[in-house]
Design a protein around this ligand. Structure first.
Ligand code: AMP
Length: 446
């Protein structure tokens, strides 16, 4: 299939050709023709699936033939959870729409209102915005929504996780009733479906298998290690390996800054981005990472959300994320558009609950390795794959029990054996875990 069969006009096809896009990704092939025809859509699609073009291209197609700009009005609104993602989407609009006479802008918090207001006065076709700042601008009457024809909710699950539901509802309530809505979400959870019901009336629901979930291009492995040895292990692995670049995820901004210092003490140059750094610094660091000037970028999960780097070879989870979907998002940053990727997680016993949830989510036990000199004192039990997090403590039954060696559940697929790796080399020998004495419920649920 080619892009020319999707209902897109020549100026857009020309820009795709310039970008080297030959074939639509599965979600693009399925969604673009419907969206171009004006259908509202709800799509389960991850970062890395080509979802940005999936909503940007139909928007460009529809608006290209429309009327000229009016002051303080926009014809398409794209809501994203983070400013980094807003900027990323804005850049995609510029790239895909370079042969069209449409104006777009990115609107996000943490920067002055005045330039954004000025740009709105001059008129724009497409506004890409984080929900909080957009709502503020609307309240200040800097933007009116009466001419909005298209609404995109990008990474809807993430926006809900980040507590934007009230802002989104307020914005949606003021939009014209007859509009086309395109909702994209990594997962179609109950909350996302509820949001979809309110915002995307009569929408067609699509779900296309994602590369990042299909895993053929992403080699996932984990190293078990004690928490206090993680930074030493990371330094060791960096020095032993010839990784060209890595994006390293960590949970807290304090942790990110500390890890940069620890790596630098071991003569490894790294940078970090997190919400405590100014927008200008974050953007400049991202640009340096994209250009290859920075080899190791440490980021909190939220800050990394909008990072889009072609062929990022390696993602490292210094901490395991919660919820498990976040893991899928993170590893989706590598192995993009057919390239081979690698996802490494450093897992200590404290991460066990998150590991259970992640392995249940991906329905796979991730290959384990132990690095010589970093053998954990506190062993990480092996997960069962039907782990379901509950608000209430789970009963002392079979459901949440970690399986230890020799006590594998009947339902558990054959697991990878734990491997012992010599100084980071990838040739591993098998080691048996002696974790029979571990408590069945190591995170304290009873
Ligand atoms: P996204 O899922 O929108 O974040 O896109 C992931 C990456 O795939 C981006 O770097 C896009 O530029 C790239 N991409 C999107 N669609 C295509 C395509 N049809 N062919 C090649 N690359 C693509």
């Amino acid at each position: 299939m080619s892009f020319s069969s999707l209902g897109l006009s020549q100026p857009i096809l020309d820009s795709l050709k310039d970008l080297g896009y030959d074939t639509p990704t599965p979600i693009q092939a399925e969604a673009i023709p419907l969206a171009v025809k004006g259908k509202s859509l709800i799509a389960a699609a991850q970062t890395g699936s080509g979802k940005t073009a999936t909503f940007v291209l139909p928007i460009l197609e529809k608006l290209a033939s429309g009327e000229t700009l009016r002051k303080k009005r926009a014809r398409a609104l794209i809501l994203t959870p983070t400013r980094e993602l807003a900027i990323q989407v804005f850049k995609s609009i510029e790239a895909y729409g370079k042969n069209l006479n449409l104006k777009a802008m990115a609107v996000y918090g943490g920067v002055d209102y005045a330039p954004q207001k000025q740009q709105l006065i001059e008129g724009v076709d497409i506004v890409v915005a984080t929900p909080g700042r957009l709502r503020d601008l609307y309240t200040q009457r800097a933007i009116h929504f009466d001419e909005v024809e298209l609404l995109v909710l990008d990474e809807a699950d993430k926006m809900l996780d980040m507590g934007f539901i009230e802002d989104i509802n307020k914005i949606v309530d003021t939009l014209p009733e007859h509009k086309q809505t395109l909702l994209f979400s990594a997962t179609l959870s109950r909350q996302v479906r509820e949001l979809a019901k309110e915002t995307a009336v009569n929408a067609v629901q699509l779900s296309v298998t994602q590369k990042s979930e299909g895993k053929p291009n992403i080699e996932q492995w984990l190293v078990t290690v004690d928490k206090d040895k993680k930074s030493a292990l990371l330094s060791h692995l960096i020095k032993q390996s010839d990784w060209p670049q890595a994006l390293i995820f960590i949970e807290t901004k304090h942790g990110a800054a500390k890890l940069v210092a620890q790596l630098e003490n071991r003569e490894i140059q790294a940078e970090c981005i997190h919400s405590g750094r100014t927008q200008a610094i974050r953007e400049s660091i991202l640009a340096d990472f994209k250009s290859g000037k920075i080899k190791y970028l440490i980021s909190t999960g939220i800050s990394a959300r909008g990072i889009d780097i072609d062929e990022l070879p390696l993602v490292i989870n210094y901490d395991l994320p919660f919820p498990a979907d976040e893991y899928v998002h993170r590893i989706g940053r590598t192995g993009r558009a057919g390239a081979k990727g690698e996802a490494l997680s450093l897992v200590s016993k404290d991460d066990f609950k998150n590991l259970c949830m992640i392995e249940s989510r991906i329905n796979q036990l991730i290959e384990r390795r132990v690095i010589e000199g970093f053998e954990p004192r506190k062993l990480v039990p092996v997960s069962v794959l039907n782990f379901v997090p509950k608000n209430k403590p789970a009963k002392k039954s079979t459901v949440n029990k970690p399986v230890t060696e020799g006590r594998q559940s009947k339902n558990t697929p054959k697991r990878n054996s734990e491997k012992h790796t010599d100084k980071g080399s990838r040739k591993a020998k098998t080691e048996t875990l002696k974790d029979d004495k571990l408590p069945l419920n190591p995170w304290g649920r009873s």
